[in-house]
Design a binder for this molecule. Sequence first.
Ligand SMILES: Nc1ncnc2c1ncn2[C@@H]1O[C@H](COP(=O)(O)OP(=O)(O)OP(=O)(O)O)[C@@H](O)[C@H]1O
Length: 225
Amino acid sequence: MRGAGLDVTTRALSRSYVRGGRTIEVLRAIDLHLDPGSFTVLTGPSGAGKSTLLHLLGTLDRPTSGEILYDSLPPPDKRDRDLAAFRRTKIGFIFQFHHLLPEFSALENVLMPTWISGKDREDTSWARTLLEEVGLGDRLDHKPSELSGGEQQRVAVARALVMKPALLLADEPTGNLDSHTGLEVFTLLQTLSSRFHMTCLVTTHNETLAKKADRHIAMDDGQIR
Ligand SMILES: Nc1ncnc2c1ncn2[C@@H]1O[C@H](COP(=O)(O)OP(=O)(O)OP(=O)(O)O)[C@@H](O)[C@H]1O
């Protein structure tokens, strides 16, 4: 896997919503830098703006003002197709709920992003390697319902890595897991970030996990504290 994590910089990144004639400032002029290959945990109370920040960094949403630079460049914005390709090839996502497709096996779920990118991107041997990396080499043919919660989240981790992303965004990846399994999945993310030199930003409400990261950023009320 390519060993080049993405360098991510935000400048005065802001996002607000207008509701009932009132403007809600969810992110307030955030200046953030993620070094290539770094592993950072983001904590903060509910409503602090963590998910909103991850959505912006993942180009799933656009800032109201300010900018995000990836390796010093803005993301493509001229044509949505270019932006979708940028997102698909550079960024991996993991969410609290794994969103695996129930009709498909673990291996097929991992391959899914490659199918969406075009059949020529399919790389079954890489998908198998990833499932081995996450400890599921003997569960390739299992459907999600035949896997434990922790195993399902491991499949989601392998799926997030199949396109060899340079940036991995994980929004409460352990939020739905018991503390032991959550620690295992968190440690796995740290190991993979280091092995593949992938820039990682992980949100959690778990302070014990936050202490294990190289870097811990705390957010409150739309700002970094
Ligand atoms: N589409 C929207 N319209 C209006 N307000 C929104 C919208 N999306 C998010 N918000 C508001 O933005 C604030 C931040 O939400 P966000 O989901 O980023 O918080 P969070 O820190 O991830 O919280 P949690 O830890 O509970 O997941 C909340 O007050 C939320 O209500």
